[in-house]
Design a protein around this ligand. Structure first.
Ligand code: PHE
Length: 342
């Protein structure tokens, strides 16, 4: 009986079939009980050895069942651990994206590149010459004051063999790249220059000591102010919508003549006056003008032969207007809850 049971238990793969076997052998109407039932019919000496045998059998059977049960439980636990539920929804990996400022810089440069402009880059650590003199910004101009510009520690000019023109600073605008672009790409040329600029302003909702600009310059024979207007209007319509109107206000920059500041009609209220445009209906977006003869001279070009226009705009300002961002600091805090909205 024990050997037969051992064989049957051995091939058992499921708890249910093991339970059935247990009932067959150890149950109330099982094999062992049946043998016990025969004991009263036996003679006194037979009873003793028979009874001992049945007890032995019962103990052995119980041991076999317990051992098998433990084995089955362990196998089931192992299977559960390796089990993959392919019906569960997957975990979506977080995908990265460009920072809003990079997106807007790309939109601006993209719009101008479709108008024929190439992208040009200039250094952030710029010479004082390129940032000021070459752009016709006089020595006593307030923006040259140490409080308006980050000067880099001057090195010993006399020993290095460089002239005083090599004194460096963090560029306060992207306009010095006009000079570099004119030298690198002889006219006729048209480039936009995206990049960082630095001014030691106290940080608040609308000021940052570092921000981004996109500069533009186009030079050819016979370029006129109307070319500047046409290019900027095409840009504004692409950037802010086809109904956008533009307003040129006379202004002054040392490196353009004549100069203008440009407003676009408020896209939020269509020029009716709202909180975005402080009820004026207009939003200032850039400065521009016709390239000053002094700038051509600085770049080694014949100022009688060439005409050009230039413009410069703040990327943060465009992004704040277009995407309704009300604090410039949000761009630089890198709070993921802000960044992932764009
Ligand atoms: N550089 C000027 C500024 O930072 C903007 C500008 C660029 C104006 C080119 C005219 C022409 O304010």
């Amino acid at each position: 009986i024990l050997e037969e049971a051992r064989a049957q238990i051995g091939v058992c793969a499921q708890k249910e079939s093991l339970d059935a076997l247990r009932i067959k052998y150890l149950g109330r109407k099982g094999v062992v009980q049946d043998l016990m039932g025969r004991i009263p019919t036996l003679s006194a000496e037979e009873r003793r050895s028979f009874g001992a045998g049945v007890n032995e059998l019962k103990k052995n059977l119980e041991a076999l069942f317990t051992e098998k049960e433990t084995g089955l439980a362990a196998a089931a636990a192992g299977a559960a651990k390796d089990f993959v539920d392919i019906t569960l929804p997957g975990k979506t990996p977080l995908s990265g994206r460009l920072h809003l400022l990079s997106q807007v810089e790309g939109e601006i440069c993209g719009a101008f590149s479709r108008l024929g402009f190439r992208v040009f880059k200039g250094p952030e650590a710029e010479t004082e010459f390129h940032n000021f003199e070459a752009l016709n910004i006089p020595l006593d101009h307030p923006s040259r004051d140490a409080f308006d510009t980050f000067y880099l520690r001057p090195f010993d000019v006399s020993r290095s063999g460089f002239s005083g023109r090599e004194k460096k600073l963090l560029r306060s605008h992207t306009s010095p790249a006009q000079i570099r672009a004119l030298k690198t790409c002889p006219p006729p040329m048209a480039v936009v220059v995206p990049g960082r600029v630095y001014r030691p302003d106290a940080v608040d909702a609308s000021h940052s000591f570092m921000f981004h600009q996109v500069e533009g310059i186009a030079v050819d024979k016979g370029i006129r102010f109307s070319d500047l207007k046409g290019v900027l209007i095409a840009f504004a319509k692409e950037m802010f919508g086809a109904e956008t109107r533009m307003r040129f206000r006379p202004s002054f920059f040392p490196f353009t003549e004549p100069s203008a500041e440009v407003d676009i009609s408020c896209f939020a209220c269509k020029g009716q006056g709202c909180s975005v445009c402080k009820k004026s209906g207009w939003l200032e977006i850039l400065g521009c003008g016709m390239v000053h003869p002094h700038v051509f001279k600085s770049a080694g070009l014949d100022e009688k032969k060439w005409r050009g226009f230039a413009f410069g705009m703040g990327v943060e300002r465009v992004a704040m207007l277009k995407y309704g961002v009300n604090d410039i600091r949000l761009f630089f805090e890198n709070d993921i809850r802000f960044l992932e909205q764009f």
